[in-house]
Write a protein that binds this ligand. Sequence first.
Ligand code: CP3
Length: 349
Amino acid sequence: MEIMTAKNAPLLDAIAGKTPSRTPVWFMRQAGRSLPEYRQVREGIPMLDSCFMPELLAEITLQPVRRHDVDAAILFSDIVVPLKAAGLDIDIVPGKGPVLADPIRTAADVANLPILDHEVTEVQEGIKIINEELTDQQTLIGFAGAPFTLASYLIEGGPSKNHEKTKAMMHGEPELWHALMQRLTPTIIHWLRGQINAGIEAMQLFDSWAGYLTEKDYREFVLPYSTEILESVKDIPRIHFGVGTGEILAAMGSAGSEVMGVDWRVPLDVAAERIRRENGAKVLQGNLDPAILFAGTKALTKEIQRIKDEANRAIAVGDATGHIFNLGHGVMPNTAPDAITEAVSIIHS
Ligand code: CP3
């Protein structure tokens, strides 16, 4: 007889290489503007304020779990919350993203970047409230932004199309770049350990913009720090994700996570082969194009089946050990909530 994990949760079973009772699914940005109940509770409350309100962050985290029957909750927070908690003057501008009053560009800026060294008790309290409502089959996933993606916001001062100032520091002042990475890494580790202390059961490292790098630059300027972070949380299952990372999947895989998130551009069986060649077989997560949630039932069913087939093929040939269904990137704000519920039901059937 197969030994079940203590909780028998489909997502944790898939990560452990067991056959889950159903295909586990959650969606990046499943909590947020696509849900009317989210827009209602967030009314008049700035994004970053909401991340420090335990009852509210718990409510928002739980909304998509109640509505869509997904197998995991993703903590409602943001990649810049630990920096805000450390005392950095950073805000999230609606329709834009994280914006920094004074971008980090000089040695003095880096030396003065605050490091998180206390527990963020509001978030820990929120995690406890979330866990009271989740069943044993539902998994709470915590997260952090990876140091490269965070550094891009800090150096550019906000969202960037080309990440040119970030790459300029990386190549023009490599010592400064490494100093910045070394200052961000302890904050990220402390932030994740705090979430683990409070009760998250798995984590995802979001290196959303790593796909803008060459593989060589990724290995030299980013990989050592993401490896250190993942190593520090190896007591829980780890997911590693970025967008447009087809060329660097093997390198990202070597940072040490059990699960590799794949965006929609690369078929899962192709991604699995790239990851396995350098790292051995891992669990795959992904990779429905978020735009397909606008395409109607027929197209949705067809794409979901294609992705499941590709994952099954990868598992059958030994290139992967499991599959967690997800999108290739986050839910778009104007997505119909019913399309998300429908996708979950198709994935589970
Ligand atoms: O449901 C979930 O996925 C959990 C919540 C979550 C948020 N941000 C909430 C949020 C997560 C996991 C993040 C991570 C995050 N934040 C990433 C990595 C994931 C990714 O999408 O690649 C990045 C790059 C950020 C930075 C950021 N924060 C952006 C680009 C934006 C969007 C700005 C906008 O208004 O279009 C934010 C704000 C943000 N974070 C919102 C939410 C729900 C929207 C704020 C609002 O509702 O007003």
